[in-house]
Design a protein around this ligand. Structure first.
Ligand code: ADP
Ligand code: MG
Length: 505
């Protein structure tokens, strides 16, 4: 189905001021909060914005003797996400303790999955332009706990801690270093977000931190990446730095751009890039060192003795697979092949599942392209202007469908249809009834149109002379007749009658 896509190789980047061409190599670790009402190992609520420390079970606060109990729904969500990324599902996985001290981590360790993640290798197709895509391999997805939140800006002398987020389920989605530029990195995160929103496994709210990414960046000379791909040997690649906790697509791009330039400058000056963890400062547009690179052994990982290995059955996975919704790529391809939409329009309409659903209701039993034009140009245009979304649209799919039907039956012209849309937007109501009650019906009565044409011709003898000499000027009469009839005269009929009358006059 995706055969029509061209997979592009990246262009080497000429960085201004650099002595030679460089290529960027980027791998992302995306943390996606699992859409679930309860946490990964406790029944406490995951609701956002609650009173601090009001959603904390004893196990989240690491009270002595409390034991974690796995939340089956969170596991199902991870499996569903894995299936959505065409990934292998591991029927046996296990939880490990990642030990470190932090005030917002009362256990003194995070429960994660280092050695046996629940999801293995998969892929994401990243759309770069209509018909052009890149394939990014997924290495793994593991389930882990989120930490709490330290609050340093509420009091000059004290820090506070809010444990509401402690223990909330995260999926860490680790990509291979297959991303080759800032735009691609942003498009990759956007695609992941789109897929998970279709699946209902993560709400993708980046502002609330429900989707955030650690961005690994390195640079290499042209050709080095191909050697890595052929051999799987990472030593062909440059040393990477990891930029932590990015929750904006714009900042991800800016941080990669800055980081690549920084590394190139170091190498070209004869220095060496030091592998480290860095932070992006959006105010200064820079990354700065946070800590030197930590290794797995620094965390003293070991299997969590409080949790049994997680064994799931193939039958359960098949059940989840059987209940998968149509994914964005499939929907987009169907809109192109079955409804005749352009790749671009299909992309716009499938960006959000709610938009796609709305469009499909409008298009049902109608012309797909006409429905797409109305939804994209009139509806989305208006929604954007007012800062609304399809879910809060004042005009329903049924109402917009009604407008299109009235055009189709010849009851109203395209121009009147826009006025009708405006009335529906501000006042609501039934499109057909409004047209009837307000006399908006198109005049197809030729007698009435003829009378209007005669009147205009009689009142403008000088214009008639000119139009006879230059038939292009007949348009002026058409415009006058349409104006005189309040835009309700059938334009085709007016055109025909004007031409006829001018020739006869
Ligand atoms: P760690 O667990 O130590 O952070 P991993 O080897 O699991 O390291 O890699 C983490 C991320 O870094 C992955 O997304 C991977 O694709 C990416 N990555 C690895 N090597 C490079 C590199 N040379 N340049 C850019 N990204 C890289
Ligand atoms: Mg890492």
């Amino acid at each position: 189905m995706l055969d029509h896509l061209t997979y592009t190789a990246p262009e080497p980047k000429t960085i201004q001021g650099a002595k030679q061409d460089w290529e960027l190599v980027i791998g992302l670790e995306v943390h996606a909060q699992v859409a679930s009402n309860a946490k990964l190992f406790s029944g406490a609520s995951t609701g956002f914005g609650a009173e601090p420390n009001s959603h904390v079970a004893f196990v989240d606060a690491a009270m002595p003797g409390m034991l974690p109990v796995i939340n089956e729904f969170c596991v199902a969500q991870a499996v569903k996400t894995g299936l959505g990324l065409k990934a292998a599902i591991n029927l046996v996985s296990a939880f490990d303790r990642k030990n470190y001290f932090y005030p917002d981590l009362p256990q003194g360790y995070q429960i994660s999955q280092l050695y046996h993640p629940i999801v293995g290798e998969g892929e994401v197709i990243v759309d770069m332009a209509p018909g052009v895509a890149r394939r990014v391999r997924i290495e793994r997805i593991h389930l882990e706990q989120d930490a709490g939140k330290s609050i340093h800006d509420m009091d000059p002398n004290m820090s506070f801690v809010d444990l509401n987020r402690t223990g909330v389920a995260l999926m860490e989605i680790v990509s291979r270093p297959d991303i080759r530029g800032p735009e691609e990195a942003a498009a990759y995160v956007a695609k992941l977000r789109q897929i998970m929103r279709y699946l209902g496994t993560c709400d993708g709210n980046m502002q609330n931190g429900n989707l955030r990414a650690d961005v690994n960046v390195s640079v290499c000379a042209p050709g080095a990446y191909e050697r890595y791909q052929e051999t799987g040997d990472f030593s062909h690649l440059g040393t990477r730095c990891e930029i932590k906790n990015m929750n904006s697509l714009r900042f991800i791009q800016a941080a990669i751009d800055y980081e690549a330039r920084r590394q190139i400058a170091i190498i070209e000056d004869g220095g060496k890039v030091v592998q480290e963890t860095r932070l992006y400062d959006p105010d200064r547009g820079e990354t700065r060192s946070m800590r030197s690179k930590e290794e797995a052994h620094d965390y003293r990982y070991f299997p969590d003795p409080d949790l049994l290995p997680l064994e799931i059955e193939q039958g359960w996975v098949d059940e989840i697979a059987g209940a998968m919704p149509e994914l964005p790529d499939e929907k987009k391809a169907r809109f192109v092949t079955e409804l005749g939409l352009s790749e671009y329009d299909a992309g716009v309409l499938t960006a959000e599942v709610e938009s796609a659903d709305y469009f499909e209701q409008v298009a049902a039993g109608r012309d797909g392209k006409q429905a797409a034009n109305w939804v994209i140009n009139e509806l989305f245009g208006r929604l954007n202007k007012e800062g609304l979304s399809v879910e809060t649209s004042p005009v329903s799919a049924a109402q917009l469908g009604g407008v299109i039907d009235l055009i189709g039956s010849g009851a109203i012209s395209g121009k009147i249809a826009k006025e009708l849309f405006e009335i529906l937007w501000t006042e609501g109501g039934d499109p057909a009834q409004i047209v009837e009650a307000r006399g908006m019906k198109q005049v197809t009565d030729l007698g009435a149109i003829e009378a209007a044409v005669d009147e205009i011709i009689a009142a403008n003898p000088a214009q008639v002379e000119k139009a006879r000499a230059n038939p292009k000027l007949a348009g002026w009469f058409v415009g006058q007749v349409l104006k005189a009839t309040g835009g309700k005269a059938n334009p085709a009929a007016v055109n025909e009658l004007v031409a006829k009358k001018l020739a006869l006059a």
